[in-house]
Design a protein around this ligand. Structure first.
Ligand code: A3P
Length: 301
């Protein structure tokens, strides 16, 4: 992989969490802060924003195929999705920073990934009226997915055991801050910023064809039905799990023996993790945290 120093990337160690700009963070997402905040977006940039583990890679790959799927170059076959859709605020040893990767993208539009909560998104995205695609996932499945991700990825802090993780998740102590504020923040932004498309992981699982169509209509793309069908197929969980360019198998900080990146891709897996007591406590806390929003999630389909 061009631009990647695997030996250096292998030196990544589990970071400590600290308070930064009002949220929990680790240094891999703050060390390049000045450049991130001063990032100059272009009007045709497309920002894919999510809370971690909400379906970022899935939607990134759909977008990549919608724009560049027909380009017959090596890109699709040799460039992993995290190089094609750079993670803006990231700065890991052995990898170019997210900002540098974006600045060197040869394609237009540039597809850019962020996990930053809405208030920390570099202001040039709003000034340039960039299109923003936000993907949200119900809190319970999102927490489960995040827990397994922290277990397998040494670029993330130690998750502790499941109960410990869940308490921290509820208290908003996970990297990128509280899930509740993240999903609600973008939901509120959408009320005044019309270039934001708010999607749900659950809708994608239920009917990805329809979600691809809705994405096209938001993006102003007239992708033919046949091509949309092909993209829907290529981005199916099983296909993405097999595809080395989308399954993160090239990243040495991740240990798939502990848990694969493409883990289950389901709605409702939380039922295999939450005890009855955890579920009751979670529901009660959720009600309080989400009482002032019209945003609704499905925890099963
Ligand atoms: P699980 O851990 O529940 O399996 P992100 O890309 O934001 O890190 O999100 C990763 C989550 O999205 C993982 O969830 C992963 O399996 C799921 N995912 C990725 N691609 C998917 C697809 N094509 N269909 C269903 N789920 C997918």
């Amino acid at each position: 992989m061009e631009g990647v120093d695997f030996a250096l990337l292998n030196t990544v160690t589990r970071p400590e969490v600290f308070e930064f700009e009002g949220i929990s963070m680790v240094h891999y997402f703050t060390d390049n802060w000045e450049k991130v905040q001063n990032f100059q977006a272009r009007p045709d940039d497309i920002l894919v924003a999510t809370y971690p583990k909400a379906g970022t890679t899935w939607v990134s790959y759909i977008l990549d195929l919608l724009y560049f799927g027909n380009i017959a170059d090596e890109r699709q076959a040799s460039m992993p999705i995290f190089m094609r859709v750079p993670f803006l605020e990231s700065i890991f040893p052995g990898l170019p920073s997210g900002v540098d990767l974006v600045d060197n993208l040869p394609t237009t539009p540039r597809l850019i990934k962020t996990h930053l909560p809405v208030q920390l998104v570099p202001k040039s995205f709003w000034e340039q009226n960039c299109k923003v695609v936000y993907v949200a996932r119900n809190a319970k499945d999102n927490a489960v997915s995040y827990f397994h991700f922290e277990r397998m990825n040494k670029g993330q802090p130690e998750p502790g055991d499941w109960n410990n993780f869940l308490q921290n998740f509820m208290e908003g102590k996970k990297v990128f801050g509280p899930w509740y504020d993240h999903v609600c923040g973008y939901w509120e932004k959408k009320q005044t910023y019309s270039n934001l498309h708010y999607m749900f992981f659950e809708d994608m699982v239920e009917d990805s064809r329809c979600e691809v169509e809705r994405l096209c209509s938001f993006l102003g793309l007239s992708t033919p039905l046949e091509e949309r069908e092909r993209i829907t197929e290529c981005t199916h969980f099983d296909k993405m799990k097999e595809n080395k360019m989308t399954n993160y198998s090239t990243v040495p900080t991740m240990d798939f023996k502990i848990s694969p990146f493409m883990r289950k891709g389901k709605v409702g897996d939380w039922k295999n993790h939450f005890t009855v007591a955890q579920n009751e406590q979670f529901d009660e806390h959720y009600k309080q945290r989400m009482q002032n929003t019209s945003l609704q999630f499905r925890t099963e389909i």
